[in-house]
Write a protein that binds this ligand. Structure first.
Ligand code: TXA
Ligand code: MG
Length: 318
């Protein structure tokens, strides 16, 4: 299959209506999208991604009104969060309506819903008569794509079209929230910070490492891994521990230049954690494709998007 990259909404729509998964931009990462109401189209997503069918997919809708069609009950906090943060990097897990195929939710009782904050994605969703199921557009287990080229590099010939919306503004996946026994639970740290969420939802309960238990919401621990071994820790300590490795470095701020370092990527010259999140996955890909033996990554401060970055680095680390 020939894979085209473009900005043509009607071409994107044409392929989706024919049941093909395509690449779509969002503000977080690129998605591999197909009609969420067509089990056959959703099955193609799992095939193209090589993803186990026990790992459910997020359903993307154009606005909160459309989301009502797929979720039965809206706790008061869910309403407030949707009002405050949609469109945006927030996924709400809510009790699903029967119209959502079981394949989308992997047989779980809740559906993940999100309104992406990206002009092309929203334009596309508004022209369609169905919502879009979309996981990140990477082969299962690899780093999520943040440009159309990243999607092309890994899924070319498997999908007919990639809608090019430029580099993703947020750079890490959406924050996933659900509601249990009156508590607001965070299942995945992501592009919406805990601090921002707490201003609207009050205190949160974190349940982040459900790992590979398919019955539990959340994600598998093996996500986001580059092929090269990634070690997480203070760079100087890692250099002492592994003096024999030719390592590429991933840091927040630029390091004072030392000629001995082969390759060093700083995520933000000013130490801005939003900018760091934006650059994280592209930097990991670059290091993975370079000729270093390993990647040494330093932990970020545990505030704002630093938490989500650290979560992704931990999952990528050996
Ligand atoms: O930012 C994002 O969320 C991106 C863009 C494309 O929207 N999507 C994304 O999808 O990251 P994915 O499939 O790579 O990660 C979604 C995670 C999965 O680990 C899945 O286990 C969890 O969300 N999830 C989705 N639906 C769920 C459900 N019904 N119940 C429990 N967990 C769910
Ligand atoms: Mg993913």
């Amino acid at each position: 299959m020939n894979t085209l990259i473009g900005t043509d909404i009607s071409a994107a729509r044409h392929f989706l209506e024919a049941g093909h998964p395509i690449g779509i931009p969002t503000e977080t990462v690129y998605g591999l999208a197909a009609s969420a109401l067509s089990p056959a189209a959703v099955a193609r997503i799992f095939e193209v991604k090589n993803r186990p069918t026990f790992d459910p997919l997020i359903v993307h809708v154009p606005d909160a009104a459309a989301a009502q069609n797929y979720a039965l009950h809206w706790p008061e906090t869910a309403r407030r969060l949707a009002d405050a943060f949609w469109p945006g990097p927030l996924t709400l897990l809510l009790e699903k309506r029967d119209i959502v195929p079981d394949l989308v939710t992997a047989g779980l009782p809740r559906v993940g819903l999100r309104v992406p904050s990206h002009p092309l994605a929203l334009q596309l969703l508004q022209t369609l008569s169905f919502p879009l199921a979309a996981p990140s557009a990477n082969p299962f287990g690899y780093i999520s794509p943040t440009t159309a080229q990243h999607v092309f590099d890994q899924l070319q010939s498997l999908i007919p079209y990639i809608l090019d919306g430029g580099p993703c503004r947020v750079g890490v996946e959406s924050t996933i929230i659900g509601f249990e026994d009156g508590k607001t639970v965070v299942y995945r740290l992501g592009g919406l910070s805990i601090e921002q969420l707490e201003q609207v939802a009050g205190p949160l309960t974190l349940q982040l490492h459900q790992s590979s238990n398919p019955a539990a919401p959340g994600m598998l621990t093996t996500h986001y891994a580059p092929r090269k071994p990634l070690y997480l820790g203070p760079i100087d300590e890692l250099k002492e521990r592994f003096p024999q490795l030719r390592a590429g470095l991933l840091t927040l701020c630029p390091l004072p230049q030392k000629s001995a370092d082969i390759l060093c990527i700083s995520l933000s010259s000013e130490g801005d954690l939003n900018e760091a999140a934006q650059h994280l996955f592209a930097a990991m890909r670059l290091l993975d494709q370079s000729d270093v033996d390993a990647i040494f990554a330093e932990p970020m401060p545990e505030t704002g998007l630093g938490r989500a970055i650290n979560d992704r680095l931990k999952r990528a680390a050996v």
